[in-house]
Design a protein. Structure first.
Length: 333
């Protein structure tokens, strides 16, 4: 083990203790009222697509180019190495370098969330520490799912508690049952929300009643709920979500920030009209055509999309035409 890693490991409990003490002091735990969040996650976060060259190597220059274009959009921050970043297909050193590249290119007032979830608790902790050292502000930790049948509520609480204890940066839970086949149980979320270093959840399940209940059950904690899709962003805000991590923001960042603004101003009719125009394009670049569709749409709006990494394959000409028609029919092209 490298000396720097050994030193980080030995200092981690002390650093976490200092971090927790500061957070507890500002949480107001002695009062029954819901505390103001000490780490503001309000707003829109695009989960960035990872650019690849024609030979399927990570193209850091194109990543920087996309980040420069996104800098003019009023995002609260960005997510790297989420599901839309083809995270499972990146080697460990690529994951760390993507975070370093994004941090160098990203304005300091924008939050950088980095996916660090692995199948084992130990690997998740190690990667989370590496992400923090590379410049991530928050770790986004997906549910481990390979041994899905063993991922009981108790097992998941233990996993996330260990990660929260060890992480030098705040942790956001990530539930994406469409990819993992595992929905983070409500009981686990309620318990983990009490951890001083676990500050929220990205919920991509799409069950608005479930999301509203999470908001309600964690209202006394320093904990925020993020919608995981643009298709139900308005509904999520209506039940108390703080923000959204939305794949479509890679393509239509300004309209999604406008939707966020309208909801916060209570301009619900205008928000509803805009939400309606975003549903079909969002479904097209997520559920229907996935990351190849997202990357193709990015190219139509001035961003670098490029190829996916195998085994993902590009869209067929017929699929490209269907994707374009979806954006055109809703007034975006």
């Amino acid at each position: 083990m490298a000396f720097s890693t050994l030193l980080t490991s030995s200092l981690r409990p002390a650093l976490a203790a200092v971090h927790w003490a500061a957070r507890r002091q500002c949480r107001g735990l002695s009062t029954p009222q819901a505390a103001e969040p000490s780490f503001n996650l309000e707003g829109i976060f695009p989960p960035l697509a990872t650019p690849f060259s024609p030979t399927q190597e990570v193209d850091y220059a194109q990543l920087e180019g996309n980040l420069r274009r996104y800098a003019s959009i009023p995002f609260r921050g960005l997510v790297v190495l989420g599901s839309n970043g083809e995270y499972p297909y990146l080697a460990s050193h690529e994951r760390v370098e993507v975070v370093s590249c994004a941090r160098r290119a990203l304005p300091r007032d924008r939050l950088l969330l980095a996916g660090s979830g692995c199948e084992s608790t130990q690997a998740t902790i190690e990667l989370t520490v590496s992400m923090a050292e590379a410049g991530a502000d928050v770790a986004l930790v997906v549910t481990p799912c390979y041994y899905r049948g063993a991922m009981t509520t108790a097992a998941l609480i233990h996993h996330y508690t260990e990660v929260g204890d060890a992480s030098p940066i705040p942790v956001v839970l990530y539930s994406v049952p469409a990819n993992t086949g595992l929905d983070l149980p409500m009981e686990a979320v309620i318990t983990l929300a009490q951890h001083p270093n676990i500050i929220g959840i990205k919920d991509s399940g799409g069950d608005i009643a479930h999301m509203g209940l999470m908001v309600h059950k964690t209202r006394q904690e320093d904990f925020q709920v993020l919608a995981g899709s643009a298709s139900f962003l308005l509904a999520s805000y209506a039940v108390g979500a703080s923000g959204g991590v939305c794949a479509l923001a890679n393509v239509l960042g300004d309209p999604l920030c406008q939707l966020d603004h309208l909801c916060r101003k209570g301009q619900w009719q205008e928000a509803r009209d805009l939400q309606h125009r975003l549903i079909e394009p969002n479904m097209a670049v997520t559920r229907r055509f996935g990351i190849p569709g997202l990357k193709k749409a990015m190219e139509w709006f001035g961003y670098y999309g490029g190829p996916c990494r195998a085994p993902l394959v590009p869209l067929s000409p017929a699929q490209v035409e269907e994707l374009r028609s979806t954006f055109s029919a809703n007034g975006w092209l």
